[in-house]
Design a protein. Structure first.
Length: 418
């Protein structure tokens, strides 16, 4: 007869590491698929002579799909196994990439881009919920820093690969499909180590926002600043007198600065108040962006400033996600994470529009003013936002998902007695 026995703490920790490794590796492929799609769509449609409004609509379709579907995704996650949801989303996204190459109709491209946004939302929300569900609170920010670095590395690699293979042949589409498909592989291999997310949401997205308001403000600010910088930073630098090549390199410096400092930021956030660090990043960003016009004449100083600025720009999302896992009950993480992504996506839509509008009158100072004011306003929201913590005691104490408290999937196993 089979007998159930408790796993040792070491065995439970080993299973947790395997589970986290799988989802962190998976999000690298998701990042490639996500980051490649935007420039590939814009360049391919432009090469075919499509009007600007068609290119813009195709570019906005994935974000629109995410916004439309986010209210129902937490309910879907509650009914579908996490591994199944991620594999399904990645497989559909890979199929859509392949279909793009064989279709010349612009309406079909817009529809496929909408489908790609809808399907990539599944690994996005499930992957982040998975990580936050498994990570212990004493290591949460460091674990999420690995997740963020993995995703943004894939996101940054997509356009680099596109530059080398071009948009006229099948290779760019094959790379996007392969990135999405490969994202499903580690999840399939670790499907038995996935957390149990089968909890019906107790509230909607607005209720999810109220669970961790400071984290939501960080998500909106992260989306606002990330997309504004990715879209407009080279233009801002050129408006300040920098040549095109140096201005484009600033974007690379921004991304590299954000990536290489994420683990250090996570290490700090596991030892100090995450909310205070989030607020400090908001103030630091405002100070640095105001100083940016004064260093443009010195490219080495501008690069150093942008390198540090990247820590803030990318750090908002990582720290906000860590705060989410700290403050929200595990059974409601999917809803809160959907609300978090909604705020991030909304910020990403609003940011370039407002920043770009300000640049029509003052290309350099307009961008600086809008982003600095946005940072200070959202930082003020973080300061006054209430905190609904699910952990208790001193900062740094382990929460319900710490290594010492084994989650349901790692508590008991079936073994045949000798």
């Amino acid at each position: 007869m089979d007998a159930s026995v408790d796993l040792t703490t070491a065995e439970a920790a080993a299973l947790r590491r395997k589970s986290l490794t799988a989802v962190i590796l998976s999000c690298f492929g998701v990042g490639i698929a996500f980051g490649l799609g935007y420039p590939l769509t814009a360049m391919a449609l432009e090469a075919r002579g499509e009007p600007a409004w068609v290119i813009g609509l195709a570019g906005a379709a994935p974000s629109l799909a995410i916004l439309v579907l986010l209210p129902i995704l937490p309910h879907a996650v509650a009914r579908i196994r996490p591994a199944t949801a991620i594999i399904f989303g990645c497989t559909c996204c890979a199929a859509a990439y392949g279909s793009l190459y064989f279709l010349d109709n612009s309406a079909a491209w817009i529809a496929l881009r909408f489908i790609m946004g809808a399907t990539i939302a599944l690994p996005w929300i499930v992957g982040e919920t998975w990580v936050n569900h498994i990570a212990g609170d004493t290591h949460r920010a460091r674990v999420i820093s690995f997740y963020a670095v993995s995703f943004f590395s894939g996101f940054a690699l997509g356009p680099i690969l596109l530059e080398h293979v071009g948009v006229t042949g099948p290779w760019a589409f094959a790379i996007g499909a392969m990135g999405a498909f490969l994202a499903a592989v580690p999840i399939y291999l670790a499907r038995d180590f996935a957390p149990d997310l089968a909890h019906e949401p107790a509230t909607g997205l607005l209720g999810g926002m109220r669970m961790a308001p400071a984290a939501m403000a960080g998500a909106f600010l992260g989306g606002f600043l990330e997309t504004s910088h990715f879209a407009l930073l080279p233009n801002v630098a050129m408006a300040g007198g920098m040549d095109e090549g140096a201005a484009l390199r600033l974007l690379t410096v921004l991304i590299v600065g954000g990536l290489v400092t994420q683990y250090a930021l996570g290490w700090l956030a596991d030892r100090m108040s995450r909310k205070r660090i989030l607020i400090s990043l908001g103030i630091l960003y405002a100070v640095l962006i105001v100083a940016f016009p004064w260093v443009l004449a010195r490219p080495e100083l501008a690069s150093a400033l942008i390198f540090v600025l990247g820590t803030s720009v990318i750090g908002f999302y990582m720290l906000g996600l860590a705060m989410l896992g700290q403050e929200v009950e595990p059974s409601q993480l999917a809803t809160a994470n959907a609300a978090f992504i909604l705020m991030y996506t909304t910020g990403g839509i609003v940011g370039p529009v407002i920043s770009g509008a300000a640049m029509t009158q003052a290309p350099l100072s307009g961008f600086v003013a809008v982003t600095a004011v946005a940072s200070l306003l959202l930082t003020a929201v973080m300061m006054i936002a209430g905190r609904r913590g699910r952990t208790s005691g001193r900062r740094g104490e382990t929460g319900p998902q710490s290594l010492g408290n084994r989650p349901a999937w790692a508590t008991r196993v079936r073994r045949d007695p000798a």
